[in-house]
Design a binder for this molecule. Sequence first.
Ligand code: V47
Ligand code: SF4
Length: 375
Amino acid sequence: MATTTDPRLQQIEDKVKSGRRITPEEGVLLFERGSLGWLGKLANLVREGKHGDVTYFNRNFHIEPTNICVFSCKFCSYSRLYAHREEGWELTSAQMLDIVRKYDGQPVTEVHIVGGVHPKLNLEFFAGLLRDIKAHRPELHIKGFTPVELDYMFRKAKVSAEEGMAYLKAAGLDSLPGGGAEIFAPEIRKQICDDKVDADGWLSIHRAAHQLGMHSNATMLYGHIETFAHRIDHMERLRQMQDETGGFNTFIPLKFRNKDNEMSHVTESTIVEDMKMYAVARIYMDNFPHLKAYWPMLGRNSAQLALSFGVNDIDGTIDDSTKIYSMAGSEEQTPSMTTEQLVALIHQAGRVAVERDTLYNTIRNYTATSGVSQN
Ligand code: V47
Ligand code: SF4
């Protein structure tokens, strides 16, 4: 596959093919000099080495308890300050349990709970919610809360990350989603999300979860004011922590969307930049088992394309239960896909669709010829 005439890229290609880790400088070089086609081929090699053609999805729904938030991240189109709470929403525990009950009898395996940081909702409230959900449907995997929400809850309750995580785990929390990471570098954080938990705080909370045997994901918000070096720095911090704990399942690059937020003047990344981002992530994050293209944010067509650029997971059915991306301008205004649609999307890309649970245990392998039941 000698498709580059650049000796430095050739060296990287040789390293990757022999399973050696690339350096941060080489990571930056991939962004700066790698062509789309060459990056895609190399990322695909890594992807197929890890997973062959297998492409995962799950059956899931979200609960967004509130969009009232004490923070004012500049990229956020979704939150409302407490002072303007009449413009937002705030669900009671009973309303959230009603959402869970709506799925009674349906084969969903995961609920993803994430929202704004409401000044009046505390650790006890969320622990109670977890207990109620588990009492109603014990086998439903609860993936919930970013370190932004957790850090606020734990500080208010005056508990350490370790104590807080142990408490929520005992109440029923199974794993952590990847949100709140944005870009770790302080000079970027200062400009886009100044007041919320910093990189070390984010990493400490995931570390505490990993030490309790819980798994988690990690995201990166890209395509705004960050440089390639910032992206690599972000991925490097995650790669190092993964060496230490092995607790991350999936890396999820999140494309910045610019509608109705304080960064609307920043142009969104092109599809070529998006595909390069996935490819570099797959090549760089050698110790992350999975790379996800989150289709409600990227759009289903681009998510399908990403399956040729290192991605082996496209998230799940969603059932129109999240507003974060539609409010930020994603083409997916009512994100919902049936199992049949997800399987078809994966098969059309020439891959094998596998329904997974949150921890990547196989629920069903759909070969290209197998029938698919609805929902
Ligand atoms: O942290 C907010 C992002 C994240 C915008 O773990 C935006 O499986 C783009 O982390 N443009 C929350 N992105 C969502 C999240 C997530 C989503 C799906 C799956 C998983 C998982 C995690 O949404 C925030 C922030 O980075 N976000 N606003 C925006 N305008
Ligand atoms: Fe609040 Fe999260 Fe929006 Fe930041 S991204 S303002 S923490 S809801």
